[in-house]
Design a protein around this ligand. Structure first.
Ligand code: GTP
Ligand code: MG
Length: 186
């Protein structure tokens, strides 16, 4: 953990306990739904994001500067312009969208290999678990080729249903704990 602490100290720590969070994932994964749900303000069907949504969210005394970026193909190419100063990533997957699971894996691997994001904690939300055909965490883990324990960075795959507001609290709690622990290790 010592390496993490020093990197956070140098790069990501904000004086006011504020962390920049990127919500990434393919189009229609449920990113905007999640951002709305965690703020308790879901109103009707979300429209596809053009560009980004930017919201300040306070949870557990931590201020999150959340950027929900469009997952459409052309927009995925400009995700990198938002990487600077990122404290954590929430990567959202539509677990019913099996035909694009390889594309999801490619995007995930791109993020994992990105030098600007090394050591950054990643919360993977395995979304749309309310739909019976959704693949579960074990299958998703195999499809992505991710073994959390073997990663140098903190990484967690969390089952979720944004629509039913399930799994979001646990996921965010984990991420905030990771970020806050670094704060605590002063
Ligand atoms: N059944 C179900 N539908 C969901 C869930 N989360 C999101 N959706 C639906 O999935 C669709 C896409 O949701 P968005 O939140 O707009 O997805 P997005 O990832 O922000 O998509 P882009 O902005 O295009 O990148 C919408 O119709 C949502 O209502 C979920 O947990 N379960
Ligand atoms: Mg969106």
């Amino acid at each position: 953990m010592g390496v993490f602490v020093s990197i956070w100290d140098k790069l990501f720590r904000k004086e006011d306990n504020n962390f920049k969070i990127l919500i990434l994932g393919l189009d229609r994964a449920g990113k905007t739904t999640i951002l709305e749900k965690i703020q308790g303000k879901m109103e009707g069907e979300p429209v596809p994001t053009i560009g980004y949504n930017h919201q300040k969210v306070v949870m557990r005394n931590v201020s999150l500067d959340v950027w929900d970026l469009s997952g459409q193909e052309t927009m995925r190419k400009i995700w990198k312009h938002y990487f600077v100063d990122t404290g954590g990533i929430i990567f959202v997957i539509d677990c019913t969208d099996c035909s694009r699971i390889e594309l999801v894996r490619d995007e995930m691997n791109y993020l994992l290999a990105e030098p600007e994001l090394l050591e950054i904690p990643i919360l993977i939300l395995a979304n749309k678990q309310d739909i019976p055909e959704a693949i579960g965490v074990d299958n998703l883990r195999k499809s992505l080729g991710i073994v959390e324990e073997e990663h140098k960075r903190p990484i967690k795959i969390q089952e979720a249903s944004a629509i039913q507001d399930e799994g979001l609290d646990s996921g965010f709690e984990w991420l905030i704990k990771i970020l806050s622990n670094e704060e605590d290790d002063d």
